[in-house]
Design a protein around this ligand. Structure first.
Ligand SMILES: [Cu+2]
Length: 83
């Protein structure tokens, strides 16, 4: 279970709206692998949620988080290490 909290770098509150039926979409792929994980947060606040993600194996993963903030579609890439 992962916690997700979307914030802005200027400290103002994000203005999220549903996008394709969820407030955010998270895609993950293992670096050098061919698996694909696609999960949606279970909302716990206006810009917070929990992710029920099952990774197929330990290792490095590339993630993309997609959401609409103030009418603009954002795609945020990040890397995580799964132990
Ligand atoms: Cu999705």
């Amino acid at each position: 279970m992962l916690d997700l909290k979307i914030t802005r770098t200027d400290g103002t509150a994000p203005q999220l709206e549903p996008y394709l039926g969820a407030f955010a979409h998270i895609i993950a792929t293992p670096v050098g692998g061919d698996a694909l994980i696609h999960v949606h947060p279970i909302g716990t606040g206006p810009s917070e949620g929990m992710l029920h993600a099952t990774f197929p194996a330990a290792g490095e993963y590339r993630l993309w988080i997609q959401f609409i903030d103030d009418g603009n579609l954002k795609t945020i890439p990040l890397s995580v290490k799964v132990f």
